[in-house]
Design a protein around this ligand. Structure first.
Ligand code: SAM
Ligand code: SF4
Length: 326
């Protein structure tokens, strides 16, 4: 069965937020004193998440990415991972993380069933990392990455949000770091999501500038990466390293969108850059049947808009990335 939106796009990928909490506070993602977190009783339970994922799978979803907030702060996450990896039809379970807890958890998470990782890393300078993340320790990330490599995650992709005047002087250093460690690297444009994203949007940089800058240092050959999502990839000639450019603003990829997001309270968000959504939790707690749930998801997908409107109305998405499940 195919889960198809009004524009004929087939959705086979869901980004599933398991918490909106985080152990750091990246300035572009979460306000420093953010305290309007989801009420604990509103979090979907593992039983509820498993049920919704089974319904997604019935509709043709085969890939799930766990995200947040920081997914590793959700208690019992390895148990949820084992349960989701056993859902028939789910062929690929991946996770986006800041890696700070991977020093302790990499092995357990890998054995539970996540094999691919995206790790956010915007700088290799400890003091800058602490400033961007408002108190995080770069060493924790580097230890987490080493443990992830040791545990066997493949691929490990580093996501660097590139911001003018904040960290754009480090793009070559990040590329060299990834080449040396066997990681893929993706550069991301800043999106004006929520109050923090709108503030950070002042540092927005069109990534074509970065590509030109990298080309002066490396020979970049157009390439593709399996499961690489909307990034446009280049391989650094003479290495196995792929570098991707994720350009939601300067060259958006809405026409080939294949995904929806579900936040930790069970709200299905049909578009990252729009507010169209459907709350699933009340239906789950009202005893909706399996076929009713599938029908509800089909109804929800009919709300998916054609594209985001960040360029025309940069301040219209008030939800943060951490709330949505970035
Ligand atoms: N905590 C995990 C992490 O940092 O990878 C997963 C959640 S985080 C919200 C997912 C991604 O969203 C990260 O790569 C982060 O850089 C990105 N992100 C957060 N705020 C953003 C913004 N305003 N614009 C673009 N990307 C953003
Ligand atoms: Fe936390 Fe990820 Fe947001 Fe940074 S980007 S505050 S690590 S959720």
């Amino acid at each position: 069965m195919a889960w198809t939106d009004p524009f004929g796009r087939q959705i086979d990928y869901v980004r599933l937020s398991v918490t909106d909490k985080c152990n750091i506070r990246c300035f572009y993602c979460m306000p420093e004193r953010h305290n309007s977190f989801i009420t604990p009783s509103h979090y979907l339970t593992f039983d509820e998440i498993e049920r919704v994922v089974a319904a997604f799978s019935d509709l043709g979803v085969s890939r799930i990415r766990l995200t947040g907030g920081e997914p590793l702060v959700r208690k019992g996450l390895p148990d949820l991972i084992s349960r989701l990896s056993a859902v028939p039809g789910i062929q690929d379970l991946s996770m986006s993380t800041n890696a700070m807890l991977l020093g302790k958890l990499a092995d357990t998470v890998f054995k539970a069933g996540v094999s691919r990782l995206n790790v956010s890393l915007d700088t290799l300078k400890a003091s800058r990392f602490s400033e961007i993340s408002r108190g995080g320790k770069l060493d924790d990330v580097l230890t987490g990455l080493a443990s992830a490599k040791q545990a066997g995650f493949e691929p490990i992709k580093i996501n660097m949000l590139v911001m003018k005047g904040i960290n754009d002087d480090e793009v070559v250093d990040l590329a060299s770091f990834c080449i040396a460690n066997g990681f893929a690297l993706r550069f991301i444009e800043t999106m004006p999501m929520g109050a923090s994203g709108q503030e950070a949007y002042g540092h927005y940089l069109d990534l074509s500038v970065i590509r030109d800058r990298l080309s002066e240092r490396f020979d970049l050959v157009p390439s593709v990466m399996a499961g690489g999502g909307p990034a446009r990839y280049f391989r650094v000639n003479g290495t196995e390293t792929n570098i991707g450019f994720i350009t939601p603003l300067s060259q958006h990829f809405c026409a080939t969108c294949n995904r929806v997001r579900m936040s930790a309270d069970g709200t299905l968000h049909l578009c990252l850059g729009n507010s169209h959504n459907m709350a699933l939790r009340p239906h789950l707690r009202d005893g909706i049947s399996d076929s009713g749930l599938r029908d509800l998801l089909i109804e929800a997908l009919a709300l998916k808009p054609w594209q985001h409107n960040f360029e025309d109305r940069p301040d219209h998405v008030t939800r943060s990335m951490a709330t949505t499940g970035g």
